[in-house]
Design a binder for this molecule. Structure first.
Ligand code: BG6
Length: 495
């Protein structure tokens, strides 16, 4: 038990995600003894690499993450890696692909031979490729006879670019795989603090009675990044912060914060409750976007380039000028527990700090007998360091007048637990191998999220105005501060 035997086939196997996240995660799983000796990783790409070439590439790019005392383990891990060249160009839209030629039979043939005789193992097809390839790849796998009853498919985000495209992808993939075989990744769900949020809420008694609109003033969910988008314009021009971060990561955090206690910790019970939150989100339509949403784009400052000046293979277009690299939204969950409690969402590139957190701000005390109090805040920090802080009011030591000071009751996971915290991808890959989809997005969840996002996208598209500029290295455009400021609230900025 706990050891997995599977063939993991990675589409886009030499790509950025595979080299930066998947391969290191698999190595750590191997090191922790979770992979059986027969476990194989089969990377697919057009690269024309041999197994030896691929192992050499992985060795060159990932070896610095391997502890000095595990060189033997690393060599054993490299031995699990295989590479098959499949020309996937006609699906990825690349002009080097075989548009005229149709299926690359030689490539699929090579994959078929490698998998032959292993039909009774688990087989995982990991699609780390653009969403438009998901349907076609699943069909190709099916036509090549490679989809066994023990197969699973993992889909990377973004799942489409709006509701209709997401539904189409879900239909296409769903024609080949059953829903229980489909694992839609949102890597935020693999982060330790995100899972801890559920434990904090549902394994402790003290929070539940105050986790509602009677005691909570508002919630802030921030994912701030210092990085810009160098080399990513091709993707980002058509994504933007709303599709890239809010539709998935931020809405997932919102659902976990707002969901009702599930009756069990199993896959359907948890996801049923999450979907209900998405369905309860008040739609933001038409002219309401001006009141409830803000979009910004960073411009050059302090030696940092603006979005339009980032290195890219093509010059900026109208789409580049219109795309938001920052957004802030005032969302509302229309149900008994949360009516009247704003959920402010905010994410941006080139902000002054890298920080992802959920901040729950409680109401003021009903009647204050001391001057200078401030409301309690519960801060769940996902990164850079993981931890939970409860900001409480304390008396500053001293004789004379009582002076209040907010002080944090602080839990740092790094200091409290000495065990290694696994990377999100490691956790999620382990769940895929175990066949546990609790931390993956179900079809109805993804579609409910798009259903809320689409009207905002449409309203933005119909506006003549461009996103508000903000200087690189700052906390976003003025509008983001006004969004809270007009009800006397402020973003949580302190460390
Ligand atoms: C990805 C987005 O899903 O998440 C990126 O496409 C973003 O634009 C990344 O940088 C952030 O992930 P993390 O784990 O660094 O917060």
């Amino acid at each position: 038990p706990g050891t997995h035997t599977a063939d993991l086939v990675v589409f886009g196997g030499t790509g950025d995600l595979s080299m930066r996240k998947l391969i290191p995660a698999l190595y750590h799983s191997d090191r922790d003894g979770r992979l059986s000796p027969e476990f194989r990783v089969i990377a697919l790409s057009r690269g024309g690499l041999t197994d030896a070439d691929f192992r050499g590439k992985v060795d060159a790019e990932v070896r610095d993450q391997v502890p000095a005392d595990d060189q033997a383990g690393w060599q054993r891990f490299l031995g699990r890696l295989h590479h098959v060249s499949v020309d996937v160009g006609r699906h990825t839209g690349s002009d080097a692909g075989g548009d005229a030629g149709g299926t690359d039979t030689a490539g699929w043939g090579a994959l078929t031979r490698l998998l032959a005789g292993h039909e009774r193992r688990d087989r995982v097809f990991y699609l780390a490729s653009p969403p438009r390839t998901f349907g076609p790849f699943c069909r190709e796998l099916h036509e090549a006879g490679l989809v066994t009853p023990r197969s699973r498919v993992v889909l990377e985000k973004p799942l489409g670019h709006d509701l209709p495209s997401a539904q189409r992808i879900n239909d296409e993939v769903g024609a080949i795989f059953d829903e229980h075989q489909i694992f839609r990744i949102d890597h935020y769900l693999g982060k330790e603090t995100v899972q801890n949020l559920l434990v904090l809420r549902f394994a402790n008694a003290f929070l539940e009675p105050i986790w509602n609109s009677l005691w909570i003033d508002h919630v802030q969910i921030t994912a701030a990044e210092t990085v810009g988008t160098p080399g990513r314009r091709g993707y980002y021009d058509h994504a933007g912060a709303l599709r890239d971060m809010v539709q998935n990561h931020l809405l997932q955090l919102l659902t976990l914060t707002a969901m009702e206690p599930p009756a069990r910790s199993d896959r359907e019970a948890v996801r049923d409750e999450k979907v209900k939150v998405l369905q309860a989100l008040r739609p933001i339509t038409g002219t309401e976007v001006d009141r409830f949403t803000v979009r910004g784009q960073y411009v050059g400052a302090d030696g940092m380039p603006g979005y339009l000046d980032e290195p890219a293979s093509t010059p900026p277009t109208e789409a580049s000028r219109r795309v938001e690299t920052f957004t802030a939204i005032r969302a509302e969950v229309k149900n008994w527990r949360w009516a009247g409690v704003p959920f402010y969402l905010r994410t941006g590139k080139r902000m002054p700090y890298r920080r992802s957190e959920i901040v729950v701000q409680f109401k003021d005390v009903p009647h204050s007998i001391y001057p200078g109090g401030a409301p309690n805040r519960l801060v769940l920090r996902l990164q850079p360091e993981e931890g939970i802080q409860l900001h409480i009011m304390a008396k500053e030591p001293g004789a004379g007048e009582v002076t209040l000071k907010p002080v944090p009751l602080s839990l740092s996971f790094g200091e409290t637990f000495t065990t290694r915290v696994p990377e999100a991808y490691e956790r999620l890959l382990t769940d895929v191998l175990a066949g546990n989809p609790t931390l993956f997005m179900r079809r109805d969840e993804v579609e409910a999220a798009w259903r809320w996002i689409d009207p905002i996208l449409h309203a933005w598209e119909s506006q003549a105005e461009l996103p508000e500029p903000y200087p690189a290295g700052t906390t976003g455009p003025a509008g983001a501060h006004e969004l809270l400021g007009r009800s006397g609230r402020t973003w949580h900025e302190e460390d």
